[in-house]
Write a protein that binds this ligand. Structure first.
Ligand code: ADP
Ligand code: MG
Length: 352
């Protein structure tokens, strides 16, 4: 869709999609609070957060399905705040796929081009290419109900991509799939995004999914972005307790306990995979933080074993170790054992 070339096109360099001070209220509910967000051209950005944190509302405002209460939205440098949804250079993939049940797969994918008045030959060529991209060319003549969930998901993606939107918005598109298929689709989605080079804004409440897919993750809480950064950045260096706890398991030590161990009275977060359980003969390293405790629980998860240790100050520390020892062997500690746990001092993140 041609956007009017405007003086604002110089702003493209500042981000393909830009939200400036966007607030959205539904009556007394404030769903999104004074949000600033910049998404680069070709970036894969995930909005991650618990249910009700405002992710879908942000997506719907970018799509134009929902007005902003205050603030502005720019796409490709153009102010689209007042532009109707169908004129915006974006397309949306929903969790329920929203395929037309009475149209074949080919007709579903062609639908947007038909509405735009493209010729039959143009549609044919584009549909063939789009179906090849999601590797479902052989299913063009089927109806949606004759496809599996994963296949329907890919068709929804092909249907959105065929219009070559500048930005693709995806609202929990993998939410209906079982875990294994979901993980396959994640890798596929990422490689398709790389191929087409379109900006993807992806909503999920699944932290692993967000970390796997994204160039950057925006962690949402109560209508605000708590932290935005690369997967590594938000996981390894959480800036708030909310982010530390939302992104996987974390040991959060209160400031008084941290002070006793490290000399600094700061709330700290240590990931379980960075904590070691020391045996009696193990010597801590010079830069280790070490504390004593009692094993409260041992949890075998398949790939890892979690040892949960109660330490002084009513704190539980989880140590998670990959099961690289002989498959038939158990871990060497038992419930009730007194143990030392340790981590390298700079493997912990200080929280404000
Ligand atoms: P998420 O996608 O993160 O789960 P939503 O954006 O759907 O969150 O919702 C954010 C908040 O806004 C919630 O409190 C929700 O109840 C409220 N909300 C969303 N849409 C509407 C609406 N159309 N009318 C009233 N409240 C809404
Ligand atoms: Mg939602």
């Amino acid at each position: 869709m041609p956007l009017a070339a405007s003086a604002a096109s110089a702003a493209v360099a500042q981000g393909d999609v830009r939200l400036e001070g966007v607030t959205k209220s539904f009556g007394a509910t404030v769903a999104v609070r004074d949000l600033d967000l910049e998404v680069e051209q070709g970036e894969f950005l995930s909005m991650l957060g618990p249910s009700g944190s405002g992710k879908t509302t942000v997506l719907r405002m970018i799509a134009g399905f929902e007005d902003v209460t205050t603030g502005a939205i720019r796409i490709g440098g153009d102010d689209v705040t007042a532009m109707p949804a169908h004129q915006r250079p974006v397309n949306t993939v929903f969790q329920d796929y929203a395929l037309f049940p009475h149209l074949t797969i080919g007709e579903n994918v062609a639908y947007g081009l038909r509405v735009r008045g493209r010729s039959r030959a143009q549609r044919q060529e584009a549909v063939t290419a789009a179906l090849a991209q999601v590797r479902l060319g052989h299913l063009a003549d089927r109806l949606p109900h004759q496809l599996s969930g994963g296949q329907r998901q890919r068709i929804a993606l092909a249907r959105a991509l065929i219009l070559r939107p500048r930005v693709l918005l995806l609202d929990e598109p993998l939410g209906a799939l079982d875990k294994q298929l979901r993980e396959e689709m994640q890798l596929e989605l990422k490689s398709i995004q790389r191929e087409v080079g379109i900006t993807f804004i992806f909503v999920t409440h699944d932290q692993e999914e967000a970390l796997t897919l994204s160039d950057r993750v925006a962690v949402f809480n109560d209508g605000r972005i708590e932290q935005i950064g690369t997967a590594r950045n938000v996981y390894e260096y959480p800036q708030t307790e909310f982010v530390a706890r939302f992104l996987g398991l974390s040991n959060v030590l209160p400031a008084d306990v941290a002070e006793r161990l490290t000399g600094r009275a700061r709330l700290i977060s240590v990931r379980p995979e960075r904590v070691r359980v020391l045996s009696e003969e193990d010597m801590p390293r010079a830069d280790d933080v070490v504390t004593q405790g009692v094993v409260a629980e041992i949890v075998y998860t398949g790939p890892t074993t979690r040892v949960i240790v109660d330490v002084a100050g009513d704190v539980r520390i989880i140590a998670e170790t990959p099961n690289t020892h002989h498959p038939s062997a158990d871990v060497r500690v038992r419930r009730g054992d007194g143990v030392r746990v340790a981590w390298t001092a700079d493997h912990a993140a200080e929280l404000p």
